[in-house]
Design a protein around this ligand. Structure first.
Ligand SMILES: [Fe+2]
Length: 200
């Protein structure tokens, strides 16, 4: 079952001025598309030929993991963003859990932002829920994803250079500030309620 590049959940210019149409066209149309293409070539004739992406993220290694996880991570990341995003999480189970595990939404944003600006090399920063239901912030290198450790991804931000260099050059802090204007808290809250990881 070949995987396909999912459409962006919004037009390429919908996140301006925080994320440009040029960035989204390249990031989705070239980078994300290439991960999907390479994955399809690599899984042919293997035990992962018919696996859903989340299973590839949980079980695969090497090139199949790298391209499969990048395909999953990007599909998830696009849904973490919304033209009318930003602000604080709405009242509910997620907001309660953030208050319990971080003290406040602001404290979560501060911890997440520090992880993003101090990440060395390419990777992702995650809000993830462990098996006991506790929330934590973690970073992963390259294609890494918390699913591999049995955790549930709740929110992510792409900290590969291709995510911000066109718009912000080396000004990582400005990219991170712009990310918080775009966070789709409805999607993030839905991820907190999931029984199984998001499936693109
Ligand atoms: Fe990316």
């Amino acid at each position: 079952m070949p995987h396909r590049l999912p459409d962006l959940p919004f037009p390429t210019d919908a996140l301006e001025p925080h994320m440009s149409s040029e960035t989204l066209s390249l990031h989705h149309g070239k980078h994300h598309a290439t991960y999907v293409e390479k994955l399809n070539a690599l899984i042919e004739g293997t035990e992962f030929a018919t696996s859903p992406l989340s299973e590839i993220v949980a079980k695969a290694h090497g090139g199949i993991f790298n391209n499969g996880a990048q395909a999953w991570n990007h599909a998830f990341f696009w849904n973490c963003l919304h033209p009318e995003g930003g602000g604080d999480p709405h009242q509910g189970a997620l907001a309660d859990a953030i208050a319990k595990d971080f003290g406040s939404a602001e404290a979560l944003r501060n911890e997440f932002s520090t992880r993003l600006t101090t990440l060395f090399g390419s990777g992702w920063v995650w809000l993830a829920k462990d098996r006991d239901g506790n929330l934590g912030v973690e970073s992963t290198s390259n294609a890494g994803n918390p699913i591999t450790d049995g955790k549930m991804p709740i929110l992510t931000c792409d900290m590969w250079e291709h995510a911000y260099y066109v718009d912000y050059r080396n000004r990582k802090k400005e990219y991170v500030e712009s990310f918080w204007h775009l966070v789709n808290w409805n999607f993030v809250a839905a991820n907190f309620e999931r029984e199984a990881p998001y499936e693109p």
